[in-house]
Design a protein around this ligand. Sequence first.
Ligand code: FNR
Length: 375
Amino acid sequence: MTTRPDTVFRSFESPKLTLPNRIVMAPMTRAKAIGGVSGEDVATYYARRAAAGVGLIVTEGTWIEHPAASNEVNVPRFYGDDALAGWRAVVEAVHAEGGKIAPQLWHVGLSQKSDVENLYSSQFERDVPPLTPSGFIRAGDKVAEPSDPSDIESAVAAYGKAARTARELGFDALELHGAHGYAIDQFFWHETNHRSDEWGGRTLGQRARFGVEVVRACRREAGEDFPIIFRFSQWKLQDYEARLANTPEELGTLLQALCEAGVDIFHASQRRFWEPAFAGSDLNLAGWAQRLTGKPAISVGSVGLSTDLLDALVDGQSAEVTDVEALVQRMEADEFDLIAVGRALIADAEWPQKLRQDRLQDAVPYNKESLITLD
Ligand code: FNR
């Protein structure tokens, strides 16, 4: 089977962002930024992917400046002179290879590390009240007091400040982490947001408020022309089968509100890009985002991985890299605009080049050892 890579290597043009091709590096935490500062090894890691032809790199999640944003010390901060100097060097290294790069702005909300020793540790040990709409990790597990409106507002302001920083550091865009059951998603999701004030409500449209205010703050601080990407998902780390929206109409109320606030591109996180988002249609989640909003959409999920890896996001056995025929067909049909690649790009920095040259059979397969070093 031919992979017809030309489809993936068409340029992408949108009002605020132009890219040489359709490949995006998915945001992936590596926890190699010692003390929260990205070092030279991190800059080299991203620059290698840019050199191999990734159109847009979305960095690992990076902490906004809010007391309860973080839960891991070696994940990069997006504040403090030391961390920002590290990020500036990352941006320069990627630009020197002709690449483009967006930071993924992250707040964990009510921290949900699954490993018992770390459970809620950094927030609770430091005695920092978590940011949480109602104190739930999921319905039934109330572990904290709901945040005061003033704390919610200070988190919104911290996102805005980070957006300004992204622009000042020379990033090409920013991505908001609104997925996977972290802070923004905790406000969206009915199981974690039981509030009845203006930060919650019974409908997804009402629970959109925190995300909307975050986007507005970023738009205000980064300027009209700065591209804002918004990542969202149905699945949560708390529950892979969870659903944010049960129907396209319900999803539409959320995405349209985010668009009005200033989102330019949606990044619809799925674990498998070929899975239909709603019954009755083959469209995936990015396909629906594109149709419901008219904005470009990034898809993601298990590109270049073999089937024995599909049930494990991080662990897994060594495997052969699959062909990307299904992906190409969907891109040819304009279901979505861009494709993010995660684990395949951790395992092999040259994955885009190998795809272009039709020699994916030579790509280094992803396995759990791939995460040990930052090659
Ligand atoms: C992730 N993922 C992720 N997502 C996100 O929005 N922010 C993040 O910081 C991380 N961190 C992260 C670390 C590691 C090691 C993995 C494997 C994944 C999810 C990631 O962006 C992507 O959506 C999934 O990995 C699915 O894409 P692939 O790997 O199947 O191409």
